[in-house]
Design a protein around this ligand. Structure first.
Ligand SMILES: NC(=O)c1ccc[n+]([C@@H]2O[C@H](COP(=O)([O-])OP(=O)(O)OC[C@H]3O[C@@H](n4cnc5c(N)ncnc54)[C@H](OP(=O)(O)O)[C@@H]3O)[C@@H](O)[C@H]2O)c1
Length: 243
């Protein structure tokens, strides 16, 4: 097992895709990784994979919209670690790319998972993050939530824009700014990440970027020196992206 660096990183929705790969990369760097999954077996399988790769990895059941699960997560972290250094709000859904018309139910469910849940989970974890000394919250967002990009590059992105998904990520971008201001006094740094268009179940196999490269934007924000952290920004590959 890799020597641990004493820091605990929690990644939501990490039984597959970008979340699992972020866990693998942070685990290789010595972080103790707690990956959450809404399916217990899927979480255990992913954690076992990371352990086999040499990571100090653990899993917790978390349906991100379930308040009882969130309370259970807080209690698990309190009991086992007594603090949290990194929270990656990664779990996300894109229900509208099935070619069928969007409806209010899809929009509501998307906002619950992609926007309300990151807010609720972060709020619940503030006491544990406050004990870190170098706490970071990274919200996994998307350039599809960039309003200026939608205005400027509509021809390129129009086929991907969907009311629920894009609005949820635009909201997550604003939440990032708000959290960055509000949580600064507690020593918690907050930024948002756009991973690129990445080959995952959500990104589809048509995406040009492999998952190991897609994970790097978040890993960079987790590991960058504290005095260079881009507070409240949306970042991709170490660069600021427009709102
Ligand atoms: N891939 C891209 O091109 C791309 C681009 C921009 C932004 N992003 C963002 O990156 C993040 C990760 O996406 P990905 O591409 O890795 O997608 P993915 O492979 O589909 O993984 C999504 C993860 O979120 C979990 N999840 C979904 N709803 C959940 C819920 N209600 N409770 C708990 N977990 C839930 C999924 O669990 P299950 O396995 O149980 O469904 C899965 O673990 C998302 O926030 C996405 O919006 C991705």
């Amino acid at each position: 097992m890799a020597t641990t660096n004493g820091k605990v990183a929690l990644i939501t929705g990490a039984n597959k895709g970008l979340g699992k790969e972020i866990g693998r990369q942070l685990g290789a760097l010595g972080y103790t990784v707690v990956i959450t999954a809404r399916n217990k077996q899927a979480g255990e399988a992913a954690a076992a994979e990371l352990v086999a790769a040499g990571c100090d990895a653990h899993t917790v059941l978390l349906e991100v919209t379930n308040s009882e699960d969130i309370r259970g997560l807080v209690s698990y972290l309190e009991t086992n670690f007594g603090k949290l250094d990194v929270l990656v709000n990664n779990a996300g859904i894109a229900l509208e790319w099935d070619g069928k018309p969007t409806d209010a139910d899809k929009v509501r469910r998307t906002l619950e998972v992609n926007l309300i849940a990151p807010y609720a989970i972060t709020e619940a974890l503030v006491p544990l993050l406050s004990r870190s000394g170098d706490a970071r919250v990274i919200n996994h967002s998307s350039m599809l939530g960039s309003i200026s990009n939608a205005e400027k590059a509509w021809d390129q992105v129009a086929t991907f824009m969907a009311v629920g998904y894009s609005t949820s990520k635009a909201g997550l971008n604003m939440l990032t700014v708000m959290q960055s201001k509000v949580l600064a006094s507690k020593g918690i740094a907050v930024a948002a990440a756009h991973p690129g268009w990445v080959k995952t179940d959500l990104g589809t196999q048509a995406a040009p970027m492999e998952v190991d490269k897609g994970a790097r934007t978040v890993v960079h924000l987790v590991t960058i020196a504290r005095d260079q952290f881009p507070h409240g920004q949306l970042q991709h590959n170490g660069e600021r992206m427009p709102w």
